[in-house]
Design a protein around this ligand. Structure first.
Ligand code: PGA
Length: 256
């Protein structure tokens, strides 16, 4: 990656795993293991109910805490949802929006993902925006069309200034939780395409400064190769982020 212009970010996405006490333990362990590794930012995105324990355990360390989703309204009758202000008041700095599991299982669309991203940015959160093609789209040869369209729709109305707080996670849906990883070349090709799309929307400087992660079965064995690519600026890691010792290996790979 281009370290002169952008920051590597290694973020864990715990999904629906770990109770608050387990979260406290894992955050503390991750912070201890990754201490002093300043070559990348280290973020753990945790379930809502784990936030208080995670923020507490991360206090005074280099680990930053994120949430896994956010609603776009400030308050109101939206049972089960959480607002951006609730998250910031709890000490959350990052939030994932548009994860494929939210799109697949909870009917989120580019429109609602865009609204969530805008609400999070307005509240001062850093957004990790996930996008990526499903297997049929890749097999039909329309990956670039799908990914550039998602990039444009999900970022609609977000300013160049706000892009300083946006990280994009390219996550081919066929690689998530499947053990199938995109090859470094496939990841590089699509991350470069996302950067080109950003260049068209915001100009070259913003595009060059935006952190673009790869996500989808990234692990201690494949992280170094993926992260060696110039347009791959970090990772969004599911399964391998649950075990601090495994996550450490990925953080180490990002120091190079
Ligand atoms: P995985 O998940 O690393 O378990 O494939 C990645 C993600 O869903 O962000």
């Amino acid at each position: 990656m281009k370290k002169e212009v952008r920051r590597a970010v290694i973020a864990g996405n715990w999904k629906m795993n770990k109770t608050p006490s387990e979260a406290a333990e894992a955050v503390a362990k991750t912070a201890e293991l990754t201490k002093g590794m300043n070559g990348c930012d280290v973020v753990l995105c945790v379930p809502f109910v784990d936030i208080a324990a995670a923020v507490d355990a991360a206090r005074g360390t280099d680990v930053k805490i994120g949430a896994e989703n956010v609603h776009f309204k400030e308050s109101g009758a939206y049972t089960g949802e959480v607002s951006a202000k609730m998250l910031t008041e709890c000490g959350v700095e990052y939030v994932i929006v548009g994860h494929s599991e939210r799109r697949q299982y909870f009917a989120e669309t580019d429109e609602t993902v865009n609204l969530r991203a805008k609400a999070a940015l307005s509240a001062g959160l850093k957004v990790i925006l996930c996008l990526g093609e499903v297997l049929e789209q890749r097999q039909s040869g329309i990956t670039s069309e799908v990914v550039s369209m998602q990039t444009k729709l999900d970022l609609a109305g977000i300013s160049a200034e706000e892009m300083k707080n946006v990280i994009i996670a390219y996550e081919p849906v066929w690689a998530i939780g499947t053990g199938l990883t995109a090859t470094p070349e496939q990841a590089e090709e699509v991350c470069a395409l996302i950067r080109e799309t950003l260049s068209g929307m915001y100009g070259k400087d913003v595009a060059e400064a935006t952190t673009i992660q790869y996500g989808g079965s990234m692990n201690d064995g494949n992280a170094a190769d993926l992260l060696s690519k110039v347009n791959v600026d970090g990772g969004l890691i599911g399964g391998a982020s649950l075990v601090p010792e495994k996550f450490l290996k990925i953080v180490e790979a990002a120091q190079a």
